[in-house]
Design a binder for this molecule. Structure first.
Ligand code: PLP
Length: 441
């Protein structure tokens, strides 16, 4: 039996220990020494539980191949839309020219990029010259923070402790180098930022500030009153950056009505390709290149463009906006249905963030009472083919804490699961997940 599992399929190896043993992988001779005890055996899945001191448990799971899976982790990433792939295909095949080439192959791909830029700019109500294509949200966040410090004279950063790591770690880096000081805005009990505290911090700041606050939190879904924050920044002459990775493609975002300098967005969050994103840089601010070389992206970001990614980003945004109302209504109804079902069927369930108010319709963050059974909830859902997140970027199944949930709730007695939806999900899938949860909690 061991042979049929361990060496005939690719393995996902997950270490889980009471005090958060890090995710790791086993060496080949360690694998060979394992004496597995089958603790679950279904048509598609074998799971083994082994006690190896000092680890309490090691689970070995073949990667799923035939199992019907339920994907409720759309805030992590979304599947590429078929129409987006169709739009990208010519640029992966016949239209392969380097956009910098002056002959016809290059001209047709240059045109595709500039058309994509116009499409994106039109949806965001800005000028095409204010849109720069990047590799995604992380690069855009890094770029905005770097530019604010290096080119715009910001010496203090006001941000929040529940930003994405692409903001949190980047601002921590510049704080560590001594280029800036950093403070966190106060959070209200429901996870919204305290606007009064933000204003007090801006009013008392001695040096030029960068405010970096995300438009929607990717773990609990809370939405920022982005216009009000922009107006405060304008009043105190601060630079404003917002990580809009969870909102662009999910809401109409009209930047012409918001005083803002930078936003970040990422294609794979709305059925576009991975590795394709944008940074919006307000035309009123002048920033220097952030990657030097061939002069692409109007000298701002050198390197041959991710042509098909850019085309895919624009197509995905176009599609998302054209079906926004329909998707919003449908996905919101799934979210509400799941919340009601959980409330009705799982005792002790709580919801993180502002799930009844100003929050993303795509995200539902639930907290379940921790019991012997529910401690390994993510892992147990995973082995039943249910893909959800615990709010951390670590391997699904590992009980690694989320900085967002830790900051806001810090309740070791609860297990958080983030469910996030797309137009591909169904009520039947939600019924299936709730039924599994009922067994596992
Ligand atoms: N910001 C937020 C709010 C996100 O949810 C993510 C993705 O998880 C990122 C930034 C990073 O985006 P990307 O994966 O495109 O680098």
């Amino acid at each position: 039996m061991a042979g049929s599992l361990i060496f005939t399929d690719v393995l996902t190896v997950i270490f889980c220990e009471a005090d958060n043993y890090p995710c790791s992988s086993l060496s080949a001779d360690r694998q060979a020494s394992i004496q597995p005890n089958p603790c679950s055996n279904t048509a598609n899945l074998l799971v083994y539980l082994i006690d190896v001191y000092p680890l309490r448990k090691i689970y070995l799971c073949p990667l799923y191949t035939n199992m019907t899976r339920i994907y409720l982790d759309n805030a992590a990433t979304t599947p590429l839309d078929a129409e987006v792939l169709d739009a990208m295909m010519p640029y992966l095949t016949t239209r392969f020219g380097n956009p910098s080439s002056i002959y016809s192959y290059g001209r047709e791909t240059r045109l595709a990029i500039e058309n994509a830029r116009k499409t994106v700019a039109a949806h965001l109500h800005v000028s095409p010259g204010e849109i720069f294509f990047t590799s995604g949200g992380t690069e855009s966040n890094n770029t905005a923070i770097l530019a604010a410090i290096r080119d715009l004279g910001c010496r203090h950063i006001i941000t929040s402790p529940i930003e994405h790591h692409a903001v949190l770690y980047t601002t921590a880096h510049y704080e560590k180098t001594g280029e800036v000081t950093r403070s966190f805005v106060k959070l209200l009990p429901d996870g919204h930022i305290d606007l009064h505290d933000l204003e007090a911090q801006l009013a008392s700041a001695k040096e030029k500030c960068l405010v970096s606050l995300m438009h929607a939190n990717n773990e609990i879904g809370n939405l920022l009153p982005i216009k009000a924050v922009g107006q405060l920044c304008q009043k105190y002459n601060a630079i404003f950056h917002s990580d809009c990775v969870q909102t662009v493609g999910h809401y109409p975002v009209d930047l012409s009505s918001i005083p803002i300098h930078f936003i970040s967005a990422s294609g794979h969050k709305f059925h576009g390709p991975k590795g394709a994103g944008i940074i919006y840089i307000n035309g009123d601010v002048k920033v220097s290149p952030y990657i030097w070389g061939g002069g692409q992206e109007r000298n701002m970001r050198a390197g041959t463009e991710n042509l098909y990614g850019i085309v895919g980003f624009a197509k995905a945004l176009d599609l998302a906006m054209s079906r926004h109302k329909e998707d919003f209504d449908y996905i919101s109804s799934l979210n509400t249905y799941m919340r009601e079902q959980l409330q009705a069927r799982i005792s002790g369930v709580q919801f993180n963030g502002d799930s009844h108010g100003h929050g993303l319709y795509t995200v539902l963050s639930a907290a379940f009472p921790k019991t012997d059974k529910s401690e390994m909830l993510l892992f147990n859902l995973d082995i039943q083919g249910i893909c959800v997140s615990g709010g951390s970027a670590c391997t699904s199944g590992a009980a690694k804490g989320s900085h967002v949930i830790g900051t806001l709730y810090n309740n070791p007695g609860m297990v958080t699961v983030r469910f996030s939806f797309s137009r591909h999900n169904t009520k039947e899938e939600i019924d299936g997940v709730v039924a599994r949860l009922k067994e596992l909690i």
